[in-house]
Design a protein around this ligand. Structure first.
Ligand SMILES: C[S@@+](CC[C@H](N)C(=O)[O-])C[C@H]1O[C@@H](n2cnc3c(N)ncnc32)[C@H](O)[C@@H]1O
Length: 324
């Protein structure tokens, strides 16, 4: 499954890019990504060209990531039970827009401090038929959050000072009816944010439903961090803005899905690294029962070996029965 931006959204992205030259957008995108990577100069308000650059260069990828996470949530808990979603640090509303395939008929609240993003998110939400309200303000100062079935913060918490993180996790969790979803870049720092959120949320009663297969201490470290890729199909515009040749890219991300109810655990493990396919063998590195284990399957294992040959980094093992 390679999630792609729906036409209604890509048409708006193209419209937003019209006033600017490709060279200027590339330049703005380069500066933005340097700032994000260095976690410097993160401004509360982006300029129109910076927002256009984010839409053209990052939005297709963050959308694909969020769509992948919602897809997984739909396997863990019946998303038909999700009637309301709070998207904290919504930007263009990526996480809300990406939920639309899996969550039907919910009401959305998009919390965002940048007025330019709120106005763009409104256009994008309308194009997708999402029923969305907007809240202006910062995550730090908006608590207590009104209760929502699902609360999501996608690529937002890493912009918040780490000294505020515990208080914010507590507040987000108090506002969560069923599921709290945090998504960050698949970098050592992104993972550290995820690990800190997970640790705090478990301490106040949450269950780690994904990617974790247990509620025990996370066995991964900053040196060997938990992340996974999603393949993003690049449009001609995306390729041109990134000066890229390939028709796809692999976006790495870290995430955690925290639930109020204990998830159904089926003795599964999570494939935490790219599977190694050797002649007659497949090695799967699994996070399972609170530890990291290597599972080796050989041809003799018939159907399981066949399934392992097509297993991918980030998936659950053994696979969901309808994926096998
Ligand atoms: C990198 S963008 C991510 C946007 C979107 N959630 C996504 O996944 O594509 C980070 C967004 O979070 C917002 N943000 C970061 N910190 C925030 C805070 N403390 N309060 C409100 N919004 C915040 C920024 O204004 C920006 O729109």
């Amino acid at each position: 499954m390679n999630p792609i931006l729906p036409y209604a959204l890509s048409a708006i992205v193209e419209r937003e890019l019209v006033p600017f030259s490709t060279a200027a957008v590339r330049d703005a995108a380069d500066h933005l990504s340097l700032d994000y990577r260095a976690r410097e100069n993160i401004r509360h308000t982006l300029s129109p060209i910076e927002r256009a650059a984010y839409l053209g260069v990052r939005f297709p990828s963050t959308f694909a990531v969020a769509e992948t996470v919602w897809h997984e949530i739909s396997r863990i808990l019946p998303t038909c039970g999700i009637r309301s979603v709070l998207d904290a640090g919504a930007g263009p509303g990526t996480a809300s827009l990406a939920s639309a395939v899996h969550v039907r008929g919910a009401k959305y609240t998009l919390l965002e401090r940048d007025a330019g993003w709120r106005s763009l998110a409104l256009s994008l939400a309308q194009a997708c038929g999402l029923e969305a309200d907007f809240a202006a303000g910062s995550i730090e100062h908006s608590a207590p959050f009104p209760a929502h079935d699902a609360v999501v913060a996608s690529y937002a918490l890493n912009e918040i000072a780490s000294s505020h993180l515990t208080r914010i996790v507590d507040a987000l969790w108090r506002g969560t009816g069923k599921v709290l979803v945090i998504i960050e870049p698949g970098t050592p720092h992104g993972f550290e944010v995820i690990r800190a959120v997970r640790e705090r949320a478990l301490a106040i009663g949450a269950h780690a439903a994904a990617p974790c297969t247990h509620d025990l201490a996370c066995p991964m470290s900053r040196e060997d961090w938990c992340h996974r890729p999603v393949r993003v199909q690049r449009s001609a515009l995306h390729r041109s803005l990134k000066r890229a040749e390939l028709s796809y890219e692999d976006e790495k991300f870290s995430y955690v899905v925290l639930t109020r109810d204990p998830p159904i655990r089926s003795n599964a493990g999570r494939i935490v690294r790219k599977p190694i396919r050797a002649k007659g063998h497949v090695h799967l590195d699994l996070c399972q029962d609170g530890g990291l284990h290597r599972l080796t399957l050989s041809r003799k294992q018939g159907a399981m070996f066949k399934a392992a040959r097509s297993a991918a980094w980030g998936e659950i093992w053994p696979p969901y029965s309808d994926d096998a």
